[in-house]
Design a protein around this ligand. Structure first.
Ligand SMILES: Nc1ncnc2c1ncn2[C@@H]1O[C@H](COP(=O)(O)OP(=O)(O)OP(=O)(O)O)[C@@H](O)[C@H]1O
Length: 515
């Protein structure tokens, strides 16, 4: 046995101990998929989907036909394996027979960019069966968002009425809503006509991240408003929510087998992640109903099949030089560089600017930036206008950018989960990709242990010619001076946070902008 190998840990929750293995499923051509609505088949073909990936087939089997959605579904499947369509397709098909428009499916995601991405997936298939998809992320003003989400009744003459003055019904303009927790809570508490009363499906994507942060207690609120029995409904009415809505979904209590004490029809939950938590206390927040686990293979953490991992070992002060030499070597390929913090991302981006004529275009992407600046950088990266995005971990979760060939961990990821989500921005949808990690000598052992958690024992050293690093030294020295000037000036203007200023001072001692 390897010196570091540990016995496999057994999940505490019994239902997590015998999952269905997604790896036993094959990709399935759309024509062979049972019960697929022909309109959806057409819409999928239009966006280049001609067969379903294994995770999508596995979820489809649990959600279509007799017994569909009887249990809540939990999916633990690698990054880029197609989890978004795995839930979007069955939900859209299930709602395709709905008679009246009201909010029936809610998808909650941790970040705005991610929610926009997921909304696009729904929007590419839902209209084909007459469903409408909304977005609540705070991208536009709340008033604009409300007008997209809530249908204002029209007078006979075509004039819009003010429902505050007239006792008229407000109804949802969308069947499916993709939201971030903050904006969702805004609508729950203040938007007239916004109701979760008819909700049938709740998707919590990137579940472990969503459960780690409370986000204004959005989850208990959603569960309370949607799993409503008579009492909750009357509470809702009393608090002024849903005051105008006369459509009612009657949820009866304890009438079906396995539903004792629960309301029926119940809210079906789908939770997904590449690193699904096994922590019972976290999962208990979701109040899952007879949960059913689908997972890839027999290890808890799995990297994409065609991902190759490499390490570069260098002295701390030479990291920027190694990074530039590596980026020059990879020039022409889309690369994502991850640092350990927003401050590091900012510093490194400035430093790169002063390296002179580099054969690649790059941009910063971090939580320090205004959302509009960040979204612009992401768009430029998607469109191929820039080759390299220097990012903090804001980017790691779920983002799907076509053609990313390489991920570079400028700072070692502290946990296997961080490695998985960062590395998973490449080698998506069965494509190949590389993940490079810059390490100091004293980090090598710890990094090996981290990778072993995903059964990865094959991380070879990536060689870099010594002169490709050496010839950058003179530029580096002047770039560091200029970096200091910029940070000083940003501090004077109040643009740089105190952490940034402090850390620049500290690094000057070691002649490096980075730990
Ligand atoms: N059946 C399919 N055929 C072709 N491409 C697909 C199919 N399903 C998904 N894709 C593509 O695969 C990529 C990855 O999908 P998706 O973003 O859903 O992965 P994921 O499992 O959610 O990843 P992560 O864990 O990183 O969020 C996307 O670009 C998507 O368009």
């Amino acid at each position: 046995m390897e010196e570091d190998a540990k016995p496999k840990s057994v999940p505490v929750l019994p239902w997590m101990r015998c999952p269905v293995d997604i790896d036993l499923f094959d990709e399935c051509p759309l024509g062979l998929l049972p019960c697929l609505d022909p309109r959806l088949e057409k819409a999928l073909q239009k966006i280049g989907v001609h067969s379903l990936f294994p995770v999508q087939v596995a979820v489809w089997q649990e959600t279509i036909g007799p017994g569909a959605f009887e249990r809540d579904i939990c999916v633990n499947s690698p990054t880029g394996s197609g989890k978004t369509l795995a839930y979007a397709l069955p939900i859209v098909q299930a709602l395709s027979t709905r008679k009246l428009r009201c909010l029936r499916a809610l998808v909650v995601l941790p970040t705005r960019d991610l929610a926009v991405q997921v909304k696009e997936v729904f929007a590419s298939i839902a209209p084909s069966v007459g469903l409408s998809v909304g977005l609540a992320v705070g991208q536009s003003s709340i008033a604009d968002e409300i007008s997209e989400l809530i249908k204002r009744p029209k007078h006979d003459m075509g004039v819009s009425l003010d429902p505050k003055e007239l006792h008229v019904e407000l109804q949802s303009a969308v069947d499916i809503l993709v939201a971030t927790p903050g904006r969702l809570m805004d609508h729950i508490t203040t938007t007239k006509g916004f109701s979760l009363e008819h909700l049938c499906y709740l998707v919590v994507d990137e579940t472990d991240r969503m459960l780690r942060e409370a986000y204004q207690s959005w989850l208990p609120m959603v569960l309370q408003l949607s799993c409503s029995n008579d009492k909750a409904i009357s509470n809702q009415a009393r608090s002024g929510l849903n005051l105008f809505n006369s459509l009612t979904t009657i949820r009866r209590s304890g009438i079906e087998r396995g539903f004792k004490g629960k309301t029926y029809p119940r809210l079906v939950k789908l939770i997904l992640s590449a690193t699904l938590t096994q922590d019972p206390s976290k999962l208990s927040q979701l109040a899952l109903h007879h949960p059913f686990l689908l997972t890839s293979g027999d290890t808890r953490y799995k990297l994409p099949e065609k991902l190759k991992s490499y390490k570069l070992i260098c002295e701390s002060k030479l990291k920027p030089l190694y990074l530039v030499a590596l980026l020059q070597h990879l020039s022409g390929e889309k690369c994502l560089v991850f640092t350990s913090s927003v401050e590091s991302t900012h510093r490194l981006s400035i430093l790169l600017k002063f390296f002179g004529d580099l054969p690649f275009k790059f941009s910063e992407y971090s939580g320090l930036q205004h959302q509009s600046v960040r979204s612009k950088a992401l768009k430029a990266f998607r469109d191929g206008e820039i080759d390299v995005l220097v990012s903090s971990d804001a980017m790691t979760r779920g983002m799907d950018v076509e053609g990313v060939r390489n991920v570079i961990n400028y700072d070692m990821p502290p946990y296997i989960k961080t490695y998985i989500h960062r590395a998973g921005r490449t080698a998506r949808a069965g494509q190949s990709g590389c993940c490079f990690t810059l390490l100091r000598k004293n980090e090598v052992k710890r990094f090996k242990k981290i990778l072993q958690k995903a059964n990865n024992n094959s991380c070879s050293v990536h060689p870099l010619a010594a002169d490709s690093v050496e010839h950058l030294r003179p530029m580096y020295s002047s770039a560091l001076d200029k970096l200091k000037e910029v940070i000083d000036s940003e501090t004077r203007k109040g643009n740089a946070g105190p952490n940034l200023r402090k850390s620049i001072k500290r690094k000057r001692g070691t002649d490096t902008p980075q730990e």
